[in-house]
Design a protein around this ligand. Structure first.
Ligand code: NAG
Ligand code: NAG
Ligand code: NAG
Ligand code: NAG
Length: 374
């Protein structure tokens, strides 16, 4: 299996025009003292349009730069209850990253001048890759302009691990791009667009910092079909999706996991089978839906032996080994391409639903020359 990136980011189209979802000014609220803060709390949150449970307020009144995190769930009378670790620290996000030895990240923030924003504005959540993560980043990562890549690692508002929901989408500082949060393995694995959060909830004066094991390199440009259409390695799949009539489903619905056979994979089928499928939309649809799982499974969430129920109705089996991750007999090549409605993994063989090797009629038509034992 080629290690060449199939299409991650190679033509990352940058959307012109920034949208500011929250003006930074709305988070800078002057509260001279603690009592005053408790008195004002009920009135402020909704008027300011903040919806997170944890509402950071910045005391910019005096010379203090500490912040107060108010847990809306615990009631306005005692905002100091259940405060996250690090509460009251005077350290801003950039300083905190330095303290945590995230030196490569800090250098890059300085290089792109994003440090000037992250050291006093907010509140933000910074998804902070370790130095090793930057050293081991895949080569396609460098196709993303550095500043955009870093902006994709920062969300508005404070998002603590305990408040996250599976498949929650968080707007980033990069226009129109969201991070997809997933909770896997009974909460033991938390991911941001598929990248593992190894140390969550480090608190700074202007937000939270979650340490990531890998850089989030897959900055999507659109839906699963868009990813398939723009990638030269998927030309047969692109055609098949169109013939099957699944285009709008894979464009508009989701979230899905799509196991995407490359041209190499389709070309392993007997030519008669491929021709049959491309002429019979019903059969093709059935086969393609066997490649779609109506849940988001990044590799970090998969477990050996796991069964994934497909949109076709029958299940795929996941196998993990030293060679990599397989679904049935297909090996995942390039994993974890984030798309707006899920994730796409490339695979090196076409998956055929069980009925296609069991039912004699279909079997004869689909696999005319291959002897299959079930
Ligand atoms: C915070 O709590 C107040 C008082 O209980 C409530 O009116 C308000 O809707 C809550 N705001 C949010 C964002 O949950
Ligand atoms: C950062 O690195 C220093 C020196 O290598 C070490 O003493 C310190 O414990 C590290 N801190 C963290 C949070 O890893
Ligand atoms: C499938 O349809 C889309 C949208 O109409 C188009 O952009 C794409 O080129 C088509 N793919 C093929 C292989 O014809
Ligand atoms: C198309 O495929 C379906 C499902 O496999 C099958 O029932 C049908 O007979 C096929 N049609 C033709 C014209 O081969």
């Amino acid at each position: 299996m080629s290690k060449r990136p199939l299409c991650h980011l190679s033509t990352l189209g940058l959307v012109v025009g920034l949208i500011f979802f929250v003006t930074t000014g709305c988070c800078l609220i002057t509260f001279p003292n603690y009592n005053r803060l408790t008195l004002k709390l009920n009135a402020v949150p909704d008027a300011r349009g903040l919806s997170s449970n944890w509402l950071p307020y910045f005391n910019s009144g005096g010379k203090q730069d500490y912040s107060i995190f108010y847990d809306n769930k615990s009631g306005a009378t005692n905002p100091r209850r259940n405060l996250p670790t690090g509460f009251g620290k005077r350290t801003n996000l950039v300083e905190l990253a330095k303290k945590l030895n995230l030196t490569v990240l800090v250098d890059l923030l300085e290089k792109t001048k994003l440090d000037n924003t992250l050291d006093h504005e907010g509140p933000f959540t910074l998804f902070a890759p370790t130095n090793e993560a930057f050293a081991n980043r895949p080569s396609y990562c460098d196709n993303v302009p550095l500043k955009d890549l870093l902006k994709y690692h920062v969300t508005r508002k404070v998002h603590l691990s305990k408040d996250l929901k599976n498949n929650e989408l968080l707007w980033t500082l990069l226009s129109y791009r969201e991070l997809r949060m997933n909770i896997y393995k009974n909460g033991k694995v938390l991911t941001a667009s598929g990248r593992h959060i190894i140390k969550p909830d480090n608190m700074a004066s202007n937000g939270a910092l979650h340490i990531l094991k890998d850089v989030i390199c897959s900055v999507y440009i659109g839906s699963a079909v868009l990813e398939i259409n723009r990638c030269p390695a998927y030309s047969i799949l692109s055609k098949a999706v169109n013939v099957s009539g699944l285009y709008s489903i894979l464009d508009d619905f989701g979230p899905f996991t799509v196991f995407a056979p490359t041209d190499e994979a389709f070309n392993k089928l007997p030519p008669e089978t491929l021709n049959f499928l491309l002429k019979n939309a019903t059969a093709l649809r059935d086969v393609l839906l066997y490649h779609v799982v109506p849940e988001v499974w990044y590799i970090a969430g998969l477990e050996d032996g796991q069964l994934l129920k497909t949109s076709q109705g029958t299940k795929l089996k996941v196998t993990e080994s030293a060679q990599g991750v397989k679904v049935n007999d297909a090996m995942i090549g390039l994993p974890d391409a984030a798309v707006s409605n899920g994730v796409v993994h490339s695979i090196n063989s076409v998956l055929l639903p069980p009925s296609y090797s069991q039912e004699q009629v279909v079997f004869n038509k689909i696999r005319p020359k291959v002897n299959i034992s079930v």
